[in-house]
Design a protein around this ligand. Structure first.
Ligand SMILES: [Zn+2]
Length: 343
């Protein structure tokens, strides 16, 4: 069986969109017809080569999607044919299947336990969660990474509650989901920081009580002013650059502030360790500590109750053939929310 897929052949070079030959299903693998997939910073990093040499080239791409199960390999119990599923890079229960090897003009192409920038994909069953049939695929795709990561940072990691103050640096897919969650847990002050006015307006619709354009105003000063000199309880950075990460650190409360860095920078950061002696904490984020068996059903019910603003999160819709255009737009910062590819 053949399918159309995005193939990353060389870092920094245009991604190739072409037909690849799919292998037959092995133990624990599932054949999914992808209906929608989100594009996140991880794939842009892979494309640019932010994290250096990529030993898996050439390989397929993508790690959040929604689709329909069209085939199951031996041993699969988590999903069945006909199920609508969310596909996520985060591991759930079930078999961790071997990674599939596709063929492109007779040449081997690598793929991870999940790849999604392709019409059909072979995915390990532990990366799939069944969802109700009435959830649109475009909305469901974002349950694979952006929403659980953003919401998980606030709910699972920060454990923010009523009245807490938060600063969220970066109003993209993950930042907006964090703001959405902060609003759901009745946080007090929710401050969004970005350099793009359109994104800040979007942040307001997701529940930000205050917005700061870092292009015009020093966010650290502005946050200190808003919090009467104290700094915020939780300072979250979703931008993979040193400056906003350092600003996020400096914006947290001296002794009870907690800083969560949810993006991987390609550069080193410079921090004053002194506040850590008084109690300021700093941590990274691995998908917002999401446990998909527990959290995806939770987000599905929030979605069904109209409490997750998924439609607003999707800012751009593309066809698979436009993949290089998407990466160009992402590099230029032209994508205000989440870009998705629809099949
Ligand atoms: Zn992602």
């Amino acid at each position: 069986m053949k399918t159309i897929a995005c193939i990353l052949v060389e870092q920094g070079k245009p991604v190739v969109v072409d037909e690849v030959e799919m292998p037959s299903l092995a133990f624990g693998q599932v054949l999914v017809r992808i209906k929608a997939t989100g594009i996140c910073g991880k794939q842009l990093d892979e494309h640019i080569g932010t994290r250096g040499h990529d030993p898996y080239l050439p390989h397929l791409m993508g790690h959040e999607a929604a689709g329909v199960v069209e085939g199951v390999g031996e041993g699969v119990t988590r999903v069945k044919i006909g199920d609508h599923v969310v596909a996520s890079w985060m591991k759930g229960s079930g078999i961790n299947a071997p990674t599939p090897t596709y063929l492109w003009n007779g040449k081997k192409i690598n793929a991870g336990n999940i790849t999604t920038f392709q019409r059909h994909s072979i995915i390990s069953e532990n990366r799939l969660s069944s969802i109700p049939h009435d959830i649109p695929f475009d909305d469901a795709a974002l349950l694979g990474c952006a929403i659980p990561t953003g919401m998980g940072i606030v709910i699972n990691q920060a454990k923010a509650g009523p009245g807490d103050t938060l600063a969220v640096f970066g109003a993209g897919g993950i930042g907006l989901s964090a703001i959405n969650a902060a609003s759901l847990v009745s946080a007090g002050m929710i401050i969004a920081i970005d350099m793009v006015e359109e994104k800040l307006q979007m942040a307001k619709r997701f529940g930000a009580t205050h917005v700061i354009n870092a292009q015009k105003t020093d966010p650290v000063e502005a946050i200190k002013q808003l919090t009467k000199g104290a700094g915020v309880d939780f300072s979250i950075c979703t931008i993979g650059k040193a400056k906003p990460m350092e600003q996020a650190y400096d914006s947290a409360h001296q002794s009870k502030g907690s800083v969560i860095l949810a993006a991987v920078p390609g550069e080193k950061i410079c921090l004053d360790p002194y506040p850590m002696n008084s109690g300021r904490k700093i941590s990274g984020s691995h998908g917002g500590d999401t446990v998909i068996d527990r959290d995806i059903p939770k987000y599905v019910s929030l979605y069904q109750a109209g409490k997750i603003k998924t439609k607003d999160l999707i800012s751009n819709r593309f066809k698979i053939e436009e993949i290089n255009k998407i990466f160009e737009s992402l590099k230029k910062g032209e994508i205000s929310g989440r870009a998705i590819i629809e099949f």
